[in-house]
Every structure is written in C-alpha cells, then in structure tokens.
Write a protein that binds this ligand. Structure first.
Ligand code: ATP
Length: 236
C-alpha cells in the first residue's frame, strides 16, 4: 500500500535518512524502531507529506504522493505530541475536524466512548493533562476509519487502562485489514501488536523482517527479547 523508494533527507550536516527503501502492505502492523534521533519521526512525516525528502519518492497505492493531498485522507495520524489551539474546547476541536473532513464516512466512535470524551467536551485544550491530550489525538486518528494508521509513540503518557484500550483497538483494526505503522521505545508493549519490524539506525534501514522470522533468527522467546538482541548486536 505504501512504497518508500530511495528516500534521503538531510538537516544541515545531519543525514537524517539515507536511501531508505520499504514496502508496507495492508493488514501489517509494523514496529518502526531504533535509537533516539535515528529518523523514525522524519520518515513518518515524509510519508504524511509534512516533510519533503531531498531525494526519493513515496508511492501510496502506486501513485506518487508529490503534489497530491487526497491520499492523506486515508491516513490517521497520532503524533508524538499533539498540538491543538489552546483556547478551544475538546468539543470544538472535534467539530472543527469533522467540518474540515465533511465526508460521508460513518465515524468510528469506539475510542471516543471508551475514553469518556463526552464528559470532556466543554474542557479547554490548555487545561488537559498530557495523557488526556493523547486520548484526544487517538480518538481523532481513528475517527474517520482510515486505511492506514500512523501512530508515533501512541501510549506515551497514557495510564495503563487507556494504553490497554488503545492496544486492543490497534489489534482490532489490524485484523480488519488496515496498515498500521507504530513507533515505540516500550518494546514489551509491541509484543501482541506487531507483524513486522523495521529497524533504523543513523538514518539507514538496518532490518525489515517479520516478527516471527526475527524471533526464530535470534532464538528469543519474545519480540522484546529479540529486539534487545538485535540492538546489542548492532551496537557492537
Ligand atoms: N526540523 C528539523 N531540523 C533540524 N534537525 C531535525 C529536524 N527534524 C529532525 N531533526 C534531526 O533529525 C534526526 C532524526 O530525528 P527524528 O525526530 O526523525 O528521530 P526519531 O528517530 O524519531 O527520534 P526519537 O526516538 O527521539 O523520537 C535527529 O537528529 C533530529 O535532531
């Protein structure tokens, strides 16, 4: 569904991404992992058209995304830190985004209900805790039933109950055939979610493998263990 071809990006002297190639398909849940600053968020933002690559192309369902905006409607994005107009209420934010979309899709209100958004509608964004702001971001990412979900550290700041609800939702959407790209430093939480692992280091693609192959190659019992194995081997 998404093809990343020879993508490179520099910020001044820093090579944030170096000729990255990837093919991502429907029904996959891909963990995008790697050390701080390895280029994960930059890659996500290039897929979303928020950052322009210096070289290379992104294809969405075979079409080059350059100069094309419509594909973004098919992607739900949950940023690492959601930034919203501070003076607006949760209800106003939701109404505004529904208004911008104005399409006929029946909304997915599952997380809206589970996260108790109804009780928060009158609250101004600036009064929300970090975790509650994350809940608003999660609700928005899933609301329009996108075919692709890009979740950047989605459970960071969520309480354990909310994190569990979000994980259940991710599994449900993966099973319904969506493509899910997720970054997380909490390896144990990827265990039940992930079908494939993409590992970046210093902007380079070091590995793209199925979770099953990774476990059998490393002889580890869990995905978390095999990723630790991988990180240690790369570090030495
Ligand atoms: N707009 C920018 N201007 C300058 N440098 C940038 C910019 N955006 C990212 N970088 C740099 O590019 C590198 C990759 O950043 P990126 O945010 O993609 O890393 P990451 O893998 O998502 O890190 P983390 O795990 O900490 O979230 C970092 O060194 C970062 O400082």
């Amino acid at each position: 569904m998404i093809t990343i071809k020879d993508i490179s990006k520099r910020f001044g002297k820093l090579q944030a991404l170096d000729k990255v190639n990837l093919q991502l398909h429907a029904s996959e849940c891909i963990a995008l992992i790697g050390p701080n600053g390895c280029g994960k968020t930059t890659l996500i933002k290039i897929i979303l058209g928020m950052v322009r690559p210096d070289a290379g192309t992104v294809l969405f369902k075979g079409k080059d995304v350059r100069n094309e905006d419509a594909y973004r409607r098919q992607i739900g994005y949950m940023p690492q830190i959601g930034r919203y107009p501070e003076h607006m209420t949760v209800g106003q934010i939701l109404d505004m985004i529904k208004g911008i979309r104005s399409d006929e899709t029946a909304l997915d209100l599952e997380l809206y209900d589970q996260f108790g958004m109804e009780e928060l509608l009158q609250k101004k964004m600036r009064t929300l805790s970090g975790g509650t702001t994350q809940k608003v971001s999660a609700v928005l990412a899933f609301l329009f039933r996108p075919q692709v979900l890009i979740l950047d550290e989605p459970t960071a700041g969520l309480d354990p109950v909310a994190a569990d609800l979000l994980k259940e939702k991710i599994i449900k959407e993966r099973n319904a055939g969506r493509l899910i790209l997720i970054t997380s430093h909490i390896l144990s939480e990827l265990e039940d979610l992930v079908s494939h692992v993409v590992f970046l280091q210093e902007g380079k693609l070091m590995l793209h493998k199925s979770a099953l192959a990774l476990k059998s190659d490393t002889g580890a019992n869990s995905l978390a263990q095999s990723i630790v194995h991988l990180l240690k081997n790369v570090a030495t």
